[in-house]
Design a protein. Structure first.
Length: 271
């Protein structure tokens, strides 16, 4: 998919036109939260499959949509929203109406230290890469307001590139090790987030009715070429950082409180 960094007048007009449709607006809302397959969207929307396909195509043409072949079943295609692209278009749309609107939105504080910490459990198969990265990023960005954990359906070892990339962002890896989800069964969480398709298919039920989210990431360990594997790890790390950052701007699902995200807490890629 092409990278989108700026928004033309045509893009803004297209953005208004796309989101004027109730179905497309609902699709964006759902996919901004969790990756889904076309069949899941069709079921949730109670709309014909050809209509859903049409709306997905419209969103893709504006650069809002990403799609990826499933890792558990290659017949599956998971869709997600490019959150940075969505934010760029949203800010540009506000700026087109009044230049002060987007500037004000950027200045507004997200929140402050919250009374009830946000508890998140990230799950994947081996708990060696994707879920470990997500756990560390959530802790770094959320600070004391977030309790993040990760686990897998099988015990493995932390991948050396997981350790390398976390240390590049000054994350202490001494407390990171592969764990099975058995030790978390019975605990209450606010979010259960699966970071691989296999874990999504076999995620158990947790008490307290936590919000279930799926982020469909390919397995970077499956890439044989060392240079390409490192690149895949870096891409996933940055995408996880983006998704976690946007997740933590949401109101606490139980208390409604918001976390203040300080720019110094948000890692940036090093060249």
């Amino acid at each position: 998919m092409a990278a989108y960094t700026t928004s033309s007048t045509g893009d803004v007009r297209g953005f208004y036109r796309l989101l004027a449709d109730d179905t497309r607006r609902t699709i964006v809302r759902m996919l901004a939260f969790s990756d889904m397959r076309a069949g899941e969207l069709t079921e949730r929307l109670r709309a014909p499959q050809n209509a859903v396909s049409y709306h997905l195509r419209q969103l893709r043409e504006l650069g809002l949509l990403r799609d990826r072949r499933g890792g558990y079943d290659a017949r599956d295609v998971y869709y997600s929203v490019d959150l940075d692209r969505l934010r760029t278009l949203y800010m540009a749309a506000g700026n087109s109406l009044h230049p002060g609107l987007s500037a004000q939105a950027q200045r507004e504080a997200v929140g402050d230290e919250i009374a009830k910490t946000l508890r998140i459990l990230f799950l994947c198969t081996h708990n060696s890469a994707r879920s470990q990265l997500a756990e560390a990023i959530a802790r770094k960005i959320g600070g004391d307001s977030v309790e993040a954990f990760s686990a897998g359906s099988e015990v493995s070892e932390l991948h050396p590139l997981t350790v390398q990339l976390l240390r590049e962002w000054d994350v202490d890896t001494s407390t990171h090790y592969s764990k099975t989800l058995d030790q978390f069964l019975g605990q209450e969480f606010d979010y259960i987030i699966t970071t691989c398709d296999r874990a999504n298919e076999s995620c158990p039920v947790f008490p307290g009715d936590p919000k279930r989210i799926h982020w469909s990431f390919p397995d970077p360990k499956a890439i044989a070429d060392p240079e390409e594997q490192l690149k895949a790890f870096q891409i996933i790390r940055q995408e996880l950082c983006t998704r976690v950052r946007y997740l933590l701007t949401l109101p606490h699902p139980r208390s409604g409180e918001r976390i203040r995200l300080r720019p110094s807490d948000i890692p940036a890629e090093r060249s």
